[in-house]
Write a protein that binds this ligand. Structure first.
Ligand code: HEM
Ligand SMILES: *[C@@H]1O[C@H](CO)[C@@H](O)[C@H](O)[C@H]1NC(C)=O
Ligand SMILES: *[C@@H]1O[C@H](CO)[C@@H](O)[C@H](O)[C@H]1NC(C)=O
Length: 221
């Protein structure tokens, strides 16, 4: 068989995948360099002020990215309030009375709307804000890819089903992270984020009633 049909197919696939990538809006660093050149500076500035006002904002903002991205991707669905026909994620089991600092994201959005109206997505704001919270706390700094679109819907049910309970055991956390292509090493490193911020006693106290088994003392010689 002549290789022509195969080549044609390959060419078609190539065209298809590039159009899909363009349609899906391939994420990239510097996405707002032309449309909103100060975007990243503005985000950093608002996060810095929020942390000066209340240091815990760093932890709470960082956590928002985790809770947004794990439920149907980084699409800011987390920020949507309930409507008469949609139960959003704010009141899901893991989020109700627990997630906070939504107003910090609102402040960033407000500043960005002043500088470049209707340009920077809330989904990108959450990702930039979490990065800045970490780096301004003295942690690592990383470049973020941008160009996300905001979701128009949210799902309390998906949040309830996906977000791990504080009672989750190691193997279920490993399986969950694996679904996002995150390794055990990633799980451990990301769990290190709990070295800042606060948790309610209610969330963790059941772990303290596990009996601690001591090794019997060695008979001394
Ligand atoms: C691995 C599975 C995880 C579980 C089971 C878990 C569970 C929890 C729980 C129970 C709390 C306390 C909530 C409360 O009492 O209101 C908490 C707080 C927090 N979590 Fe996680 N978490 C996980 C992963 C992560 C990840 C991946 C991040 C970020 C990279 C993160 C960031 C935080 C932060 C910063 C806080 C404190 C927030 C604040 O002070 O407002 N967690 N987490
Ligand atoms: C971990 O939790 C899952 C889900 O609750 C359960 O099915 C599994 O048996 C548990 N594994 C261990 C090792 O306890
Ligand atoms: C994980 O990696 C596989 C193989 O590269 C890919 O097909 C899948 O979409 C990835 N999943 C996520 C959630 O990124």
């Amino acid at each position: 068989m002549s290789p022509a049909p195969l080549l044609l197919l390959l060419l078609l696939l190539l065209i298809l995948s590039t159009t899909i990538a363009a349609a899906a809006g391939q994420l990239r660093p510097g996405y707002y360099l032309e449309t909103c050149p100060k975007a990243e500076l503005i985000v950093r500035d608002v996060i810095k002020k929020a942390m000066i006002r209340e240091p815990r904002n760093a932890a709470s903002v960082m956590r928002l990215q985790f809770h947004d991205c794990f439920v149907n991707g980084c699409d800011a669905s987390l920020l949507l309030d309930d409507t008469p026909n949609m139960l959003g994620e704010k009141l899901s089991l893991s989020n109700i009375n627990s997630l906070r600092s939504y107003e910090v994201i609102d402040e960033v959005k407000e500043e960005l709307e002043k500088a470049c109206p209707e340009t920077v997505s809330c989904a990108d704001i959450v990702v930039m804000a979490a990065r800045d919270a970490v780096s301004l706390t003295g942690g690592p700094h990383w470049e973020v890819k941008l160009g996300r679109e905001d979701s128009l819907t949210a799902s309390q049910e998906d949040s309830d089903n996906i977000m791990p309970s504080p009672r989750a055991n190691a193997s279920s956390l490993i399986d969950l992270f694996d679904k996002f292509n995150l390794s055990i090493k990633d799980l451990v490193a990301l769990s290190g984020s709990h070295s800042i911020g606060k948790g309610r006693c209610f969330s963790i106290m059941f772990r303290t009633i596990q009996p601690i088994r001591h090794r019997p003392a060695r008979p001394s010689l």
